[in-house]
Design a protein around this ligand. Structure first.
Ligand code: XMP
Length: 512
């Protein structure tokens, strides 16, 4: 699968680091994020065409501030330092870094030297996002300034001969006009990349490599119906066909008709062994009377593994267990960040007692959007490829309080109406996650001449890129009105619909 061209991104702890890697890949060059203290030997081994230093919260003068390996600037490999990365480059090579009395923040007009290969094709001014307190007061010997702002004397610097470049601004964010072009210029003008990283070649090579690796041995995959496990399964099936068995544990907490849809896609379109386990009763039994969200998660996680194991035992020893791990999971666990607000267990997580010899993770190097592109390349239907994120514990954490069959049916129907109307209005592409919640609240209503005492459904819709923060979506009133009226008319036991207008933070996306 390896592309011949690699850009190494040294992570100094900045918040936009994953974005840098994505931008590089959008320019058709493969990139990997590695810890800032990667050794010189390891870098040589990886043989990158270029190196990018990310930004980070530290100051080069701080105690224990992150440093790169000695000798990195003498390898002859082009380096682009962004923000802290530029300051570190300057500090290491003898320039002067100073702390300003105030932070320069926001979209800023940067005067640039467009004779530099980094700014080729630009005018002499460009808007970039600045976000820094420290700055480079004087550039190291051999460097020249190629950009400045009204307050930052060296917003960009270059040593053309050694192919070392520093920029104080963040080209990776959308607020930087032509930001991606700066990265592209670095890749193509300075690192001489040719841009051979394409999803079609990824698919072809992955299938070839999986064939070689697995041969005629057997693999087992836990299919959740989500994008990652589906794409992993299809990739494997193209490589090894019937030697792949997929187990789909239907816990009965999926959205309306979803279990059947997953079954249909995988049994009709692909050459693999598909086992669906209808385990709704088992799950509901275990969940009876449970109201605490974390307990629900734990029970579902454990029961899922138990069901999966039982099925796997029937198959016996397999050689490979397929995991749908994707690159952000690898970066996050590998580089040790993340705060736990909810225990997001992922259905499809690693079972303890399944008898297998090796794990295979075909999507380990892909970002989510690349996984989707791979899915499309593989012919997976668009509605599955662009499926909005759906939590492993499913509707269990969208029913506040205890879970019953009746509540599940109410929620499935209400949620399906909401999704249908959002799609009809063409809003599904703009809203990143939207769903109905069955609150545990009953209130008085009137229908015809009858008094009712029924449930309140809450609608939730958020716009977000990373799901860590998000804003509530400003769905037009007419659409909300239609959804509300359809839900109270079509779904029994619902007499009130409310719309959640809190952003994240302080609320989370899910209600539990
Ligand atoms: P919150 O509710 O924390 O959700 O704002 C952020 C994203 O994570 C999803 N989510 C989960 N995913 N298991 C999962 O696999 C879980 O237990 C879980 N809880 C929340 C949520 O749908 C949103 O996309």
């Amino acid at each position: 699968m390896k592309s011949n061209e690699l850009i190494l991104i040294l992570d100094f702890g900045g918040q936009y680091n994953q974005l840098i890697a994505r931008r590089v890949r959008e320019c058709n060059v493969y990139s990997e994020v590695v810890p800032f203290n990667i050794t010189l030997e390891k870098i040589k081994e990886k043989n990158p065409k270029g190196i990018i230093f990310t930004g980070g919260p530290a100051s080069v003068y701080g105690e224990n501030s992150p440093k790169c390996a000695d000798g990195i600037f003498e390898l002859g490999i082009p380096v682009l330092g962004i923000c802290y990365g530029m300051q570190l480059m300057s500090h290491t090579l003898g320039g002067k870094v100073t702390s300003a009395s105030t932070r320069e923040y926001g979209e800023t007009n940067v005067n640039i030297d467009n004779s530099s290969p980094l700014f080729q094709g630009f005018g002499d001014k460009n808007i970039f996002l600045m976000s820094h307190t420290d700055y480079v007061e004087s550039v190291p010997d051999g460097f020249k300034r190629i950009g400045y702002t009204s307050v930052c004397p060296n917003a960009a610097m270059a040593n053309d001969e050694k192919k070392l470049f520093g920029i104080q601004f963040h080209p990776e964010v959308n607020n930087s006009v032509n930001g991606t072009q700066v990265i592209k210029n670095f890749l193509y003008n300075i690192c001489n990349c040719s841009g051979d990283w394409k999803m079609s070649s990824f698919v072809e090579e992955s299938i070839k490599n999986l064939k070689e690796k697995i041969g005629d041995k057997k693999a087992l995959c836990a299919l959740s119906g989500g994008v990652d496990s589906s794409v992993a399964a299809v990739l494997l099936s193209k490589a090894i066909g019937k030697n792949l068995t997929c187990i789909f544990v239907d816990h009965g907490l999926l959205r309306k008709n979803e279990g059947d849809e997953v079954e249909k896609i995988f049994t009709q379109n692909y050459d693999l062994n598909f086992i669906r386990v209808n385990a709704k009763d088992r799950f509901l039994e275990k969940l009876a009377g449970i109201t605490d969200p974390e307990k629900k998660r734990k029970i579902i996680g454990e029961e899922f593994i138990r069901v999966f194991e039982e099925e796997a035992k029937k198959i016996g020893t397999v050689d490979f267990l397929v995991q749908g791990t994707i690159y952000p999971d690898v970066i996050e666990s590998g580089l040790g960040k993340s705060a736990v607000i909810k225990s997001h267990h992922n259905v499809g997580g690693l079972p303890d007692y399944v008898d297998f010899k090796e794990i295979v993770e075909p999507l380990r190097n892909l970002f989510k959007d690349e996984v989707r592109k791979t899915g499309l390349e593989l012919g997976i239907p668009e509605n599955l490829v662009y499926r909005q994120p759906f939590p492993g514990p499913g509707l269990a954490i969208r029913i506040i309080g205890d879970i019953t069959n009746e509540k599940l049916d109410i929620l499935k129907d209400a949620d399906s109406i909401f999704r249908e109307e959002i799609a009809n209005a063409g809003l599904h592409k703009n809203i990143n996650q939207y769903f109905a919640v069955l609150t545990n609240l009953k209130s008085v209503g009137v229908m015809g001449d009858e008094r009712t005492y029924d449930y309140t459904v809450a609608l939730r819709a958020v716009e977000t890129t990373d799901f860590m923060t998000g804003v509530w979506s400003k769905i037009p009133y007419e659409i909300l009105e239609k959804v509300s009226s359809r839900i109270v008319n079509e779904v029994k036991h619902v007499n009130r619909v409310v719309y959640d207008i809190t952003s994240k933070p302080p609320a989370t996306i899910e209600w539990e």
